[in-house]
Ligand binder design. Structure first.
Ligand code: PBG
Length: 319
């Protein structure tokens, strides 16, 4: 064997290449705020912004023209309260964002993240009782949120809260209301990760007390990830997710080897910002490192990747 024979030039290298990333694989996260004319850069996530509805439409136009096909929406409400009502109240920010995107770009695939942490004054992902997130009292609030986004026209609902049994509960609520074709993508193996730091700045969603260890997974565990994934598939998840991506490639691979459902990986904010910071310092070639990351995530077994690099990728800047 002489491995180098198949590496002599770019033609043969591209012929034997096993993994290719395209725009079809990528989902771009967007942050939506109340107001008008707002396009405010997120300090810890360079080139990512908080958009008001009007600037959001301009952004989606650009993404659409670049060939990106899917966006994932996060809302940042003006007003937070104990029960996260900003997630599901009439006229909530995300449902208005979904409507306005669908009105202008019906073919843009709109995914709505479902969670309460951006909307609660305590910053936790569920209903707090005696300082603890009460699982079963959170479920109806999540279902209400999912329904409100489905009604607004979301193609896909992505619950990221990590409450037990939410997939079955939300699936039933959607089906009962006639939304049988609304896709459910579960953040199944979502770890309690410090890589979410920049996102929490962006969404102002850090827990005000304690941490998320009673609902998000312990980074030390992999077998448990398979239990979460299997439970979600059983409850009706169409797509399962592993999050974060790069430090959890083994989990992606394990999911790929043990299931037949599509797998999404979330290349999270910290993974993004570290590369941006290293690039800014002149220590790494950020574009090449970004592309290598995406290729690796796909090679591990992800069918699709949620990534803040999607726009740069679509612009052809990562090659
Ligand atoms: C909401 C949610 C989080 C992220 C996605 N959905 C934050 C968290 O769980 O604290 C993180 C995404 C990222 O870091 O890019 N629960």
């Amino acid at each position: 064997m002489r491995g180098r024979r198949l590496r002599t030039n770019d033609v043969i290298r591209s012929m034997v290449r096993e993994t290719v990333v395209t725009c079809n694989d990528l989902i771009y996260p967007l942050f939506v705020v109340e107001g008008q004319g707002i396009k405010e850069e997120i300090k810890s996530m360079p080139d990512n912004y908080r958009f008001s509805l009007d600037t959001l439409v301009e952004e989606v136009k650009e993404l659409y023209e670049l060939g990106l096909k899917g966006v994932l929406l996060f809302g940042i409400p003006d007003h937070k309260d104990h029960i996260g009502s900003g997630a599901y109240c009439d006229g909530n920010i995300v449902s208005r964002a979904i409507s306005v995107i669908k009105e202008n770009f019906p073919d843009m695939y709109v995914i709505a993240d479902v969670c309460l942490c951006e909307y609660t004054d305590h910053g936790h992902c569920g209903f707090i009782e005696d300082g603890y997130v009460n699982n079963d009292k959170t479920l109806p609030l999540l279902a209400k949120t999912a329904l409100s986004y489905a009604k607004a026209g979301a193609d896909m609902i992505a619950p990221s809260d990590m409450m037990d049994r939410r997939i079955g509960y939300i699936r039933k609520a959607l089906d009962d209301a006639g939304f049988v074709n609304t896709v459910l993508m579960s953040y199944s193996a979502k770890y309690c990760s410090s890589f979410y730091g920049p996102f929490r700045d962006a969404a102002d969603s850090s827990p005000k007390f304690g941490d998320r260890k009673t609902y998000q997974m312990d980074p030390a565990n992999s077998r448990e990830a398979m239990r979460e994934i299997m439970a979600d598939i059983e409850e009706g998840a169409d797509i399962i997710m592993v999050k974060p991506a790069l430090p959890y490639l083994d989990i992606i691979k394990m999911a790929r080897d043990n299931t037949n459902v599509p797998i999404c990986a979330y290349n999270v904010s910290g993974e993004y910002s570290m590369i941006k910071a290293g690039e800014k310092m002149g220590w790494i070639d950020g574009k090449k490192v970004a592309l290598e990351s995406l290729v690796s995530i796909k090679r591990a077994g992800a069918d699709m990747i949620i990534t803040y690099f999607a726009k740069q990728f679509a612009k052809g800047e990562l090659y």
